[in-house]
Design a protein around this ligand. Structure first.
Ligand code: SF4
Length: 235
């Protein structure tokens, strides 16, 4: 289906930019959307590549992460390292309730009792509020990460959030991402070396065993594989 955003035919733009690489995609996004662009990161390897590429084009671009209040200390340290290294400001976006308020209202372990609701309160709702009024956002999604991401385009209309979604690394492999990190000696979360390929909140992330799917350590024991930031659901 062709998606047209005001005067921009996003399908045609995606087709044109697909082969040009992530820097061309990000340059186009920054030139096209200016202050209306928001770059999201969860401090995974893909997000770190995006941040480096953005910093090379314009370090003043708005970059943010969802501060659930439940991230690993290593993740908070990585935020500080990346800001210093790349000259970016990485803004924290907060849920309405802090962890103590959520515990008082919903019980101490909502992530165990109802992880979809917990993710909605701590990630999806703050993301939607933050993106309201923006024109486009950048993510680190790659097609081969999960079946749900297999159809991701480098530029597409995001129906759920009502703005353009830019996935500069959609057609990259994990090996390309790690090669970029190695080539540019970028800091990464030290937990990756301790068996955590995918790192989210502390209560919902465990190390994976050899041979397990890289995302098996997220919401272990639940069918859930996505926090909902990139899915079309409402609670
Ligand atoms: S990842 Fe876990 S702790 Fe974090 S918001 Fe989702 S359910 Fe809650």
């Amino acid at each position: 289906m062709n998606h047209t955003n005001s005067t921009i035919n996003l399908t045609a733009v995606a087709r044109e930019l697909e082969a040009q690489g992530p820097t061309a995609v990000l340059r186009w996004a920054i030139e096209t959307y200016g202050d209306g662009l928001a770059v999201a990161t969860g401090f995974g390897p893909e997000g770190i590549v995006n941040l480096r590429l953005v910093s090379q084009i314009d370090a003043a671009v708005h970059v943010f992460f969802i501060e659930t209040g439940l991230l690993f200390p290593e993740t908070y340290a990585l935020r500080r390292q990346l800001q210093a290294r790349l000259g970016l400001t990485i803004t924290a976006v907060y849920p309405e309730l802090d962890p103590a308020q959520q515990a008082a209202q919903y019980g101490p372990d909502l992530w165990r009792d109802n992880p979809d609701l917990c993710c909605f309160l701590r990630k999806v709702a703050p993301l939607r509020r933050h993106l309201a009024g923006k024109k486009a956002w950048v993510t680190g999604i790659r097609r081969d990460q999960t079946p749900a991401r297999a159809g991701a385009q480098v530029v597409a209309w995001d129906e759920v959030n009502g703005l353009v979604k830019i996935n500069p690394l959609a057609n990259w492999t994990s090996a390309q991402v790690w090669e970029h990190i190695r080539q540019h000696d970028l800091p990464v979360n030290p937990l990756h070396r301790q068996g955590y390929p995918s790192i989210g909140c502390r209560p919902c992330t465990r190390a994976v065993r050899p041979g397990e799917d890289p995302r098996a350590g997220r919401w272990a024991g639940f069918v859930k594989t996505e926090c909902g930031l990139h899915l079309n659901y409402e609670l």
